[in-house]
Design a protein around this ligand. Structure first.
Ligand SMILES: Cc1cc2nc3c(=O)[nH]c(=O)nc-3n(C[C@H](O)[C@H](O)[C@H](O)COP(=O)(O)OP(=O)(O)OC[C@H]3O[C@@H](n4cnc5c(N)ncnc54)[C@H](O)[C@@H]3O)c2cc1C
Length: 345
């Protein structure tokens, strides 16, 4: 059983930045994530897409942003547990004090006075094509649910399925590298940004990509690796078979709150209700920061999560050191941090 100042559920950008803010106050964190790498949505869903609204950083790909956050927390001691999901939280008495005990799917147990739920959209799973039996048999052999590396699609026959922002964005982006690119959607209307849809339609006019509507995937063909895809035309009911190397299904995510629903914390729909003073939930010592929380005016932006967790960490400090003043200070005059970073005066 490991005891820690702050136990962070989720190693997305907000979970990672929590380590920094906690470190400034001398608090240690353990991060737990069910994905195989840190970075949450940024690393899993859109690593190569540019982000433009991180204050003071005019341009950074999502993966560069995650890498920078990991670099930023290097001066601080923290542990990270990947590929395991937090399944339960329960209140326990330890040395005559109240703690939260957290248990993971790997049966690891942790004790902490402060639990930070930085779980984003919950444990998320990409939606599979509903009419295909076991598409995952081709996973990473021609079937993917997110674009992780643009190079993978270079000189390939690519089919993108979906009608939202991700499908449109990647259609535009990969049109430059793919040998051929087809966007397949069940109707000729899209839910994504109008500007990107216009770019996509211009590429169709210039014969740089194909738009296949109203089509639905019928079957995936290939021995171990995808070689062809069959598509059904909704209007004619005809089935067409195309040579295919890569099928990218961008049907969005099944946002599964999963175990979080069982933790008896007040929710608003699929989000956790918090106060805006310290982002505590309906349970003392359990905080919710980043995309997972809800309060009036909430925006699902990385910068909102950074603000939220900064305030929550202040409260966590008070819970560990009752009656003590929080040692708030500017990083510009934090000599301990500068020492760790090797900054010369
Ligand atoms: C295509 C796209 C583009 C975007 N562009 C921008 C942008 O330009 N600017 C911007 O500010 N925001 C953008 N966003 C939103 C931004 O990515 C989110 O606001 C941000 O990722 C939220 O960070 P987070 O740390 O709260 O959660 P997440 O990044 O969702 O990370 C949460 C982590 O918690 C883990 N987790 C969940 N439940 C458990 C559990 N029970 N046990 C263990 N681990 C768990 C998940 O696996 C995940 O890794 C974009 C999002 C998308 C999808």
């Amino acid at each position: 059983m490991k005891k820690i100042d702050i136990l962070v559920i989720g190693a997305g950008p907000v979970g990672l930045f929590t380590v920094f803010e906690a470190g400034l106050l001398g608090l240690k964190c353990i991060l737990i994530d069910n994905l195989d790498k840190p970075g949450g949505q940024c690393a899993e869903l859109y690593p190569e897409k540019p982000i433009y609204d991180i204050p003071g950083v005019p341009f950074q790909t999502a993966q560069e942003h995650v890498d920078a956050l990991i670099e930023q927390i290097k001066p601080f001691d923290y542990d990270i547990y990947l590929n395991e999901r937090v399944d339960s939280i329960q209140e326990v008495n330890h040395e005559d004090e109240k703690y939260w005990e957290v248990t993971t799917t790997e049966d690891n147990k942790f004790l902490s006075k402060n639990i930070f739920i930085a779980a984003g959209a919950g444990s998320f799973e990409p939606r599979r094509p509903p009419n295909i039996d076991n598409p995952d048999q081709y996973l990473n052999n021609g079937v993917t649910y997110a674009v992780k590396s643009i190079d993978q699609y270079k000189d390939k026959n690519v089919f993108i399925f979906g009608g939202g922002d991700s499908a449109l964005d990647w259609t535009v982006e990969l049109s430059n590298v793919a040998k051929s690119l087809s966007l397949v959607h069940r109707r000729d209307a899209f839910r994504g940004a109008q500007h990107t849809e216009e770019m996509m339609r211009n590429l169709v006019k210039e014969n740089k990509i194909k738009l296949l509507t109203p089509y639905l995937i019928d079957s995936i063909l290939g021995d171990k690796k995808v070689s062809h895809v069959s598509l059904k035309n909704f209007e004619t009911n005809e089935i067409e078979t195309h040579e295919a190397d890569e099928l990218i299904f961008l049907f969005g995510l099944n946002k599964k709150l999963g175990p979080i629903l069982d933790w008896e914390i007040d929710l608003n729909g699929k989000k956790i209700s918090v106060n805006t003073e310290n982002f505590q939930t309906s349970k003392d010592g359990i905080f919710a920061v980043g995309d997972i929380n809800d309060y009036p005016g909430k925006l699902d932006l990385i910068l909102s999560g950074f603000h939220e967790t900064t305030l929550a960490v202040q409260e966590a400090y008070k819970r560990i050191n009752p009656g003590e003043r929080v040692p708030f200070g500017y990083t510009t005059s934090n000599s301990k941090l500068q020492e760790k970073l090797g900054v010369k005066k």
